[in-house]
Design a protein around this ligand. Structure first.
Ligand code: SF4
Length: 102
């Protein structure tokens, strides 16, 4: 014959089982965003990269990283990637002497 289970113990076991079933298994890892390239980065200096095209003496009207064919950025994002600078981001409002519309 099985001894009766203590009601308090039964409730504790229920709470533990319910808590374990509702616990998050693990949030998916969010990849870290690459850093912004600095205007002082040697690679940036080679192409006269500047974070704000309005300060660039060689930029034509409307020529910014956001309108460059080498730029990949989300809609409305203030930064994105450039094929010239793998592993770094550029400002959407930036510009460099390699700007291209092709
Ligand atoms: Fe910006 Fe284009 Fe120059 Fe890259 S190549 S830094 S996207 S202007």
């Amino acid at each position: 014959m099985t001894p009766p289970i203590d009601p308090a113990r039964r409730q504790l076991l229920r709470t533990l089982v319910l808590g374990m079933s509702l616990a998050p298994v693990g949030a998916p890892a969010v990849p870290a965003e690459p850093p912004l390239i600095s205007e002082n980065d040697p690679a940036a200096k080679m192409v006269h990269y500047i974070e704000d095209a309005r300060r660039a003496s060689g930029a034509t009207d409307g020529a910014t990283c956001a309108s460059c064919s080498l730029y990949s950025g989300g809609g409305g994002a203030d930064r994105g990637s450039c094929t010239l600078f793998p592993g770094k981001l550029v400002r959407a409002a930036g510009w460099c002497s390699s700007w291209s519309s092709l």
